[in-house]
Design a protein around this ligand. Structure first.
Ligand code: ADP
Length: 451
């Protein structure tokens, strides 16, 4: 660069000197007697001027090129990531202005970068202080970053670039990651027996520029407490079965005995029998609920035709429908099979139909049906009963949640029927919902995957 500046400066000086020399030469031509002397003087003068011009050009080239060189090496430093590099130009002129502007930009860049580094460090401290495992993966399922808790969980230092499958092999976890990467939508799942037989609640969130971040929350302790609770309820219910059967048996024996029982005693015996029956139903429902809630029981999933399932359930309730003066109708059902444990789904339909019969008014009918959807078939049980006030709808599937406690007890309800329905359907990977309006009956829906 220095050579080019030198040549340009020299050419400029030389042009000036030659022009001046020619002007003087033409001006002096009229005085022809002195021309030889003038020519000699001009030649010497021009040579001297050229010498001075060369020296000046070299000086200018040296200073300008040194200033540019500083800018070039500053840019090189910056491109290598040294944000502290500055030009530090202390002269005047355009070059100095450019240098000052570049220095200002570099200073701002450094400040922003420092702020970014600080907030990243804060975020890392924050994420590392969490008990939950956090892992971010790229779109090709390689680790981008993981917190300390995650490294503890996998009992391995987590290095960026490691394929995530080498750290966590559970198919449910990998499926959740892949689904989020494919759909760009948040996913959450309960993954049992992940990383050393612990249960985790896993949430996966897509990252803005591809990839995903997952948070693994250890729920083994909650699961353990839940299991203890379920086991306790199942054991108590089981232990109550025998004494309840014998209480009911003795009450029935006394009521049926040939010896006369006076009015009061008969009434008391009937109350004992009724309550023993109610407790019997309650213990049975508690046992079923404990079983389906645990999800431990393996479902025997087989392709089943919705029409057949609905017909079987309707037939089982023919007798009680007739005595309640209610008609059970079946809407035309789609001819596609669904994957179902037929015994468990019969229980779902039985609970919904028995509720519908209990709440349907005399002379009215209840309608069973199924509608095909894209991946599922949605079943429904509709009654023309009193309907359910909207404020109760969000909680209706909770255990022991009853809209009208007295009426439920009166009609032999346990408050567990819909909770059992919900858990059986969830175990099938389906969903439950209800539509109802006061005075317009209720429709309970549940979905099953197409087979
Ligand atoms: P229960 O044994 O009391 O019927 P469920 O869990 O089956 O318990 O139902 C919970 C509550 O939901 C019931 O107590 C009742 O208030 C309401 N419910 C359920 N099904 C219907 C229905 N078809 N019509 C009106 N209310 C209903």
């Amino acid at each position: 660069m220095k050579g080019r500046i030198f040549l340009k400066a020299l050419a400029a000086f030389a042009a000036v000197i030659v022009t001046m020399a020619f002007s003087i030469y033409f001006a002096a031509r009229n005085h022809s007697h002195e021309i030889n002397e003038i020519e000699g003087a001009l030649l010497r003068g021009a040579l001297l001027a050229l010498l001075i011009a060369g020296f000046l050009a070299a000086l200018i080239a040296q200073t300008v090129s040194a200033r540019f060189q500083r800018i070039v090496s500053f840019a090189e430093q910056l491109s290598k990531g040294n944000l502290q590099a500055r030009i530090g130009e202390d002269q005047d002129g355009e070059i100095a202005q450019v240098a000052a502007t570049l220095d200002r930009s570099a200073r701002r860049l450094e400040e922003s970068f420092t702020a970014l580094k600080e907030s990243r460090a804060q975020l890392e401290v924050f994420l590392n202080s969490m008990n939950d495992g956090v892992i971010a993966v790229s779109s090709d399922l390689k680790v981008l970053w993981a917190n300390h808790a995650m490294a503890d969980l996998v009992r391995h230092p987590v290095r960026a670039g490691t394929p995530v499958i080498e750290l966590v092999r559970h198919p449910d976890f990998l499926n959740a990651l892949q689904t989020v990467l494919a759909t760009g939508r948040r996913e959450s799942a309960i993954v049992p027996a992940l990383l050393g037989m612990k249960a985790f609640s896993v949430t996966v969130e897509p990252l803005p520029d591809g990839g995903a971040v997952s948070v693994l929350h250890d729920i083994s302790e909650i699961e353990r407490v839940e299991k203890t609770r379920r086991d306790f309820i199942a054991n108590v219910s089981h232990e109550l079965r025998t004494p309840l059967t014998s209480i009911r048996g003795y009450a029935e024996t006394l009521l049926d005995s040939e010896e006369p029982v006076n009015g009061n005693t008969r009434e008391f015996l009937q109350i004992i029998r009724r309550n023993a029956e109610r407790m019997g139903r309650l213990t049975e429902d508690l046992l079923v609920l404990a079983r389906v809630e645990s999800g431990e029981e393996k479902l025997d999933l087989q392709p089943c035709l919705p029409k057949r399932m609905l017909e079987e359930s309707a037939t089982a309730f023919q007798e009680s429908a007739r005595s309640a003066d209610v008609q059970v109708l079946i809407d035309p059902a789609p001819d596609v099979p669904v994957m179902a444990d037929s015994y468990a789904i019969q229980q779902v339909l039985a609970n919904l139909i028995s509720n519908a019969l209990r709440y349907a008014q005399n002379g009215k009918s209840i309608v069973l049906g199924a509608k095909e959807q894209r991946t599922h078939v949605e079943f429904f049980v509709r009654d023309a009963g009193p309907g359910i006030p909207s404020e109760h709808l969000p909680r209706i599937f909770e255990r022991f949640y009853r809209v009208d406690k007295a009426r439920s007890r009166e009609t032999g309800g346990t408050g567990l029927g819909l909770a059992i329905v919900k858990h059986i359907v969830l175990n099938h990977g389906g969903t439950v919902r209800v539509e109802s309006a006061i005075g317009h009956g209720s429709t309970f829906f549940f979905t099953l995957t197409k087979g």
